[in-house]
Design a protein around this ligand. Structure first.
Ligand code: SAH
Length: 455
């Protein structure tokens, strides 16, 4: 097979980034925008030894699982990769992916995967978005989303998975920039001021947060912009974030409050949470409640247990657990999130929780070796890359009765579960997929490991 060759294939499954995969004698072709069930003509764009990339040239026969996508920009925008696939099929694909990763990477022959928990209405579910600013070919200031794999901005303020308020806020900012001559940031030259607008909404309270990421220390006429933003109902927090580095990382380390509070307050399952701009907070509140309830149920608490929760963010899961545990200790790396977590404990009247700031892979081993800490239950919710090996090793040494592993990446979950189960002392009891990210290829899971009865 050669580059530019035209080939006809049937798409069988989806890759990790939501691209269609079809095979020719076992050799996989990755085709963006093609879906399982499609018969397509493709052009090879990159040919490697064990796989190739191809571009969709012509649709020969549409998959019966296709559906009319709500967003006209879904093919260009890098946000929703599988919006054209029926939601039912999306869920089926995700559940199967979790199972396959646990078999292939985790080495579990019959992983106990539960039926995936999907959404009733999988639109406008995201409580957070980060919109980049730039100029289009005609020189107009634009904002929207990055196109897949590039930093070209697909202009658009109306997103099918975001909140309705995004549009009003962004149009107001665009107008303000034009009026006051404020330059959007240009990645290639490093010049210009406004990089991103981070918008967050607390679904339970309706509170809105706007944080502008700027390449500088000041924003002209910022008070006036604050006045205009605060005319939007729900606006509660307006701040600036300073990021003067030439980097892909969106947020810098410093936040300067401009108007209103430095945080917004949301509520999940009866517990209130204050969220500041730099803190991680789950993006899909309706599904987050299901996720946390599953984690709480898997923790199997009866009242007196000591629980350690690693990667605890603003203490969301910790406080859920604290309702039923004797004591909960949380560990989190971002100082602002730890601050939020401590506030949240007080806000909800919990006295049985404690938070430590630092790396889980350092704090846990240190506390175990020096103080001999113990845990009846360990809960972890690491970022995509999963747990560090030092962390996993200490977790095993602590011999908790249960380990509850919350994960946003099935591949690293499978890898870590394999390590936790390899000496046979722990058994994988259940894995619950929760669809936190409809229309994207992402899937969240909660896994329960139980210590086998001592022999
Ligand atoms: N359980 C929380 C947060 C989960 S996201 C919730 O549901 O809201 C993962 C969190 O891990 C983030 O808050 C991130 O800042 C934190 N983190 C990343 N690396 C870490 C590390 N090495 N040690 C401790 N926390 C870390």
């Amino acid at each position: 097979m050669k580059k530019n060759e035209l080939i006809e294939i049937k798409i069988e499954t989806l890759g990790n980034a939501g691209e269609g995969i079809g095979k020719i004698d076992g050799y996989p072709l990755f085709v963006k925008d093609a879906l399982p069930g499609d018969r397509v003509q493709v052009k090879l764009t990159k040919v490697k030894k064990t796989y190739a990339y191809a571009r969709l040239e012509r649709m020969l026969e549409e998959s019966p699982y296709r559906t009319e996508p709500r967003c006209p920009l879904h093919r260009r925008c890098g946000g929703c990769q599988i919006q054209a696939l029926s939601y039912e099929k999306q869920l089926e694909y995700k559940e199967n992916k979790v199972r396959q990763d646990l078999i292939r990477i985790g080495g579990f022959s019959e992983p106990p995967v539960q039926p995936v928990l999907g959404m009733e209405n999988p639109y406008h579910y995201r409580n957070k978005a980060q919109f980049p600013f730039g100029r289009d070919r005609e020189g107009r200031i634009v904002t929207g989303f990055y196109a897949g794999r590039t930093h070209t901005i697909v202009a658009g303020t109306d997103c099918a998975i975001g909140v309705a308020e995004n549009r009003k806020i962004l149009e107001l900012i665009l107008e303000f920039m034009n009026e006051k001559g404020i330059e959007p940031y240009d990645e290639t030259t490093g010049k210009g001021l406004l990089r991103h607008a981070l918008i967050r909404k607390a679904f339970a309270t309706g509170e809105l947060m706007v944080c502008l990421v700027i390449n500088g220390k000041k924003f002209p006429h910022v008070e006036e912009l604050g006045d205009r933003l605060f005319e939007i109902p729900g606006m509660t927090s307006f701040s600036l974030n300073i990021n003067q580095k030439n980097t892909n990382v969106i947020l810098g380390e410093t936040v300067i409050p401009v108007r209103g509070q430095a945080y917004i307050t949301d509520q999940i399952g009866g517990i209130r949470y204050q969220i500041s701009p730099l803190s991680f907070y789950q993006v899909n509140p309706a599904q987050t409640e299901k996720l946390y309830r599953t984690a709480l149920c898997y923790a199997g608490l009866t009242g007196g247990e000591t629980v350690w929760e690693l990667y605890c963010g603003i203490g969301t899961i910790s406080l859920f657990l604290a309702q039923k545990a004797g004591k909960v200790c949380g560990v989190e790396i971002v100082p602002q999130a730890v601050e939020d977590a401590r506030h949240n404990a007080v806000l909800n009247g919990f006295e049985n929780v404690e938070f430590y700031q630092g790396k889980a892979e350092e704090i846990l081993p240190e506390k175990y070796q020096k103080e001999g800490i113990r845990a009846d239950v360990l809960v972890v919710d690491p970022p995509r890359k999963g747990c560090d090996s030092d962390c996993l090793e200490t977790m095993l040494r602590m011999e908790p009765k249960r380990i509850v592993y919350v994960s946003c990446d099935p591949a690293t979950l499978a890898r870590d579960l394999k390590i936790l189960c390899q000496d046979g002392r722990y058994e994988l009891k259940k894995v619950q997929p929760v669809d936190m990210f409809p229309h994207t290829a992402g899937i969240e899971n909660v896994a329960l490991l139980e210590r086998k009865r001592d022999l």
